[in-house]
Design a protein around this ligand. Sequence first.
Ligand code: APR
Length: 250
Amino acid sequence: MEQELRSLAEKIKPSKVIVVLTGAGASKESGIPTFRDKDGLWSQYDMERFASLDGLLADPRRVWEWYRDRYLEAKRAQPNPGHKALAEIEALLRNRGKDFAIITQNIDGLHQKAGSENVIEIHGSLYRAKCMECGKTYAMDDVINGSLPPYCECGGLIRPDVVFFGEPLPEREMEMAIYYAQNADVFITAGTSAVVYPAASLPYIAKDAGAVLVEVNVEDTPLTPLCDFVLRGRFGEVLPRLYDEIKNSI
Ligand code: APR
């Protein structure tokens, strides 16, 4: 791994745009379960029932209780060394005039908690909720302490501001994500199974546009054969080592 990290740092040195796409595996070492690991959320909960609009409308109280619990878990969770390393890599690269972005599928806010600034949340955030009638947005803290499901002052049902299966991703965030995928010199995926679209299309867009493609994961994914660098290891262990190599080389 040492040699791969060193040569990746050498690739990053002349690069102008460096992008990281993170998934649930990035938050595993912060105590937040992934979705598709054997102990993942979808092995315990029916995703149709809990992560779809039909599911919310069929049983709003039960689904809201689930999101409230996931929000409280995210609020308690602390960034792990991988999150912190990404915040340090961002600061280091931006100080040298490079553009750095994290595109995250995660809704737990841990990148921001670690100090990352340029974070594009393409699946929304547990920290926000919005009215389905008038679109008013709420801080999750302001709607979870009363009875569930919460209703807007306009009478509309409030929902978590996260992307349910089958829904379009937020337009502005997706435009930014596609821009970064098309312009990345180095595109790193970290902790994602790379099977849920359209997020999973971003590494392919980057590769087609000429990016160096990197995968940080504890196991193979459909993306692995396409990658120029496969860093087989935990997010919280690999990213700090990559930070050290970049710091020493840049
Ligand atoms: N370090 C690095 N990778 C890890 C770690 C770790 N400590 N632990 C698990 N992984 C990897 C797993 O091997 C797997 O490839 O993280 C990935 C987690 O995959 P998923 O559970 O499918 O999570 P994700 O890719 O983020 O799912 C995408 O699916 O259900 C939807 O909206 C949800 O955003 C989510 C999307």
